[in-house]
Design a protein around this ligand. Sequence first.
Ligand code: AMP
Length: 249
Amino acid sequence: MKLLVAIKRTIDYNVKVRVNADNTDVELTNVKMAMNPFCEIAVEEAVRIKESGVADEIVVVSAGPKQTQETLRTALAMGADRGIHIETEMELQPLGVAKILKAVSESEEPGLVILGKQAIDDDSNQTGQMLAALLDWPQATFASNIVLSDQGAEVTREVDGGLETISINLPAVVTTDLRLNEPRYASLPNIMKAKKKPIEVKSPEDLDVDIKPRLIVLKVEEPAKRESGVMVESVAELISKLQNEAKVI
Ligand code: AMP
């Protein structure tokens, strides 16, 4: 079985994100970028499935500008076999990405497409769901466990009240939650080997998809600054402050 993993290049999760000067976006100039953490979990899961012998090929796909290839190389160093880069400088929104991934899924014919549950930059949590709808394939979102066979998959999902296990037919779309696994670090020899793995470059036009943005961002703002706290000497002082200053009791 072939696995297709969709990965996104986002601001590194360790970076303190700042809003740009004209409040139209977050600042991206000279900011460290990395693979979206939920996508790392998706790549790790694909590698584990291949290691277990159920899958024999892992294809990673990412859409974005030229530098996106660095992120694809990271996935190749983690154990993916080949990459597909859909190169575009255009702003990408979940529907556009889902259309790209649909076209790639139709030509690659994977048994399973694995995505992150959300990208930590736009927090959309939409692409996997839209992809499953466009393909008319079953979907299992927020996966914390995947048991795969040639016929189907049993996926445990993180839901509000606990865990839900569902059975789906293949081909299907799965999105990863935080507790699915702990991604490995790529070893130096694997980073060297990844340099020789193939990355095919295509444009959205090659796939014949319309990725025009459908949403306009009106404004981006920093959250309100939090006031610093004060230490109180006693419970009596705390109650007095809550009654007389904060006026909440
Ligand atoms: P989102 O719906 O934007 O929160 O993203 C959810 C998931 O969709 C990500 O974790 C990726 O697996 C996938 N995805 C989003 N944007 C891209 C992209 N530009 N290229 C490839 N996959 C993407």
